[in-house]
Design a protein around this ligand. Structure first.
Ligand code: C5P
Length: 314
């Protein structure tokens, strides 16, 4: 049995609209998700025992059954008990580069890598749609992280329609190191403030989702119109996260004032990104941002938009 080293890319949300409440107490969403080449490295090694073990040096990543990567391996053991009994457990080594609890799906990407890795180690031959189905039970972003690229996500975020890639563009991303936003809190706060106006019928859900599918942002992505994409970035969760976290609001304003194609918070935050026409522009904005907000607590990265989901490391 061999080991696999996998690249697990982060994602940003080019669009996040909350449509309403579902019967499973999740929100019905329409999102446009985009992989970036800021990625974790996951090594999965077969174990001589049945145990699942997670190893990670990052102080905020638990190496316990709470880790979504552990949950992914445990789920595979339960889904395929006979094969698991034959092959044993796995050792999962996580080299963290994606910031933690940042709205960039770092934990989801790690879990997606574990599903893909175990599929290979146990020679299960599961297809991407089959892996995505298993992934959806772990979290709303995990199915997207498997295949990555650019996609419209609906339902809880697990129903995916791929759209053309945007690999020529880049981003500068920034986050205050000690700041994290709870995703359940962000959705709960949004529901409290805007829930009265949620539509409740499936027809309205479908109408909103169709209008995004045929709307101007998807058109701009298809025609690779960077300036137009930048203008149309949208995230409903900013409406609750920015007032509650003035640092995020200030960071967003500062980044927007420095230029680029458009600035937006990713997911439930607190990472803010500026879309840029090139990696060179992103690097120049990074330098300007570090000079403008001279705070050692601020982490800043640059990345290219990517067409890749989980893939083998070279
Ligand atoms: O699916 P995931 O575990 O990533 O979701 C984290 C939390 O975000 C959920 O527990 C829920 O509070 C909120 N959420 C939601 N509707 C979605 C996705 C996430 O309310 N479609």
């Amino acid at each position: 049995m061999r080991s696999y080293r996998l690249i697990a890319p982060a994602k940003i949300n080019l669009y996040l609209e909350i449509i309403g409440m579902r019967t499973d107490s999740y929100h019905e969403l329409v999102m446009i998700l985009q992989s970036i080449d800021l990625a974790d490295l996951i090594e999965i090694r077969p174990s001589v025992t049945d145990a699942i073990k997670v190893y990670c040096e990052h102080p905020e990543v638990p190496c316990t059954p709470d880790n979504l990567a552990y949950k992914a391996a445990s789920l595979m053991q339960r889904q395929f008990p006979k094969i698991a009994a034959n092959y044993g457990g796995v050792n999962i080594f996580i080299e963290k580069h994606i910031p933690v609890a940042a709205g960039l799906a770092g934990g989801s990407a790690n879990a997606a890598a574990v599903l893909v890795g175990i599929n290979m180690i146990w020679e299960l031959g599961l297809t991407q749609p089959e892996l995505r189905e298993i992934a959806a039970t772990l979290g709303s972003d995990v199915p997207f992280c498997i295949g990555g690229g650019t996609a419209i996500a609906t339902g809880r975020g697990e129903k995916l329609d791929p759209i053309p890639d945007l690999t020529t563009l880049a981003v500068v991303l920034a986050k205050y190191r000690s700041l994290s936003v709870s995703t359940p809190w962000a959705y709960g706060a949004y529901r409290e403030e805007f829930g009265v106006s949620y539509p409740t019928d499936a027809q309205s859900f479908l109408k909103r989702s169709q209008s995004v599918h045929s709307g101007p942002l998807v058109q701009a992505i298809v025609s690779r119109d960077g300036p137009q994409i930048g203008k149309l970035l949208h995230n409903d969760l900013e409406k609750v996260v920015c007032p509650e976290y003035p640092q995020v609001s200030h960071l967003r304003q500062t980044m927007a004032s420095l230029g680029g194609l458009g600035t937006m918070m990713s997911g439930s935050g607190p990472t803010v990104f500026t879309l840029c026409a090139s990696l060179e522009e992103a690097q120049s904005l990074k330098t300007q941002l570090i000079n403008e907000i001279a705070n050692p607590e601020l982490d800043v990265w640059t990345a290219k938009l990517s067409s890749s989901g989980i893939h083998l490391a070279q």
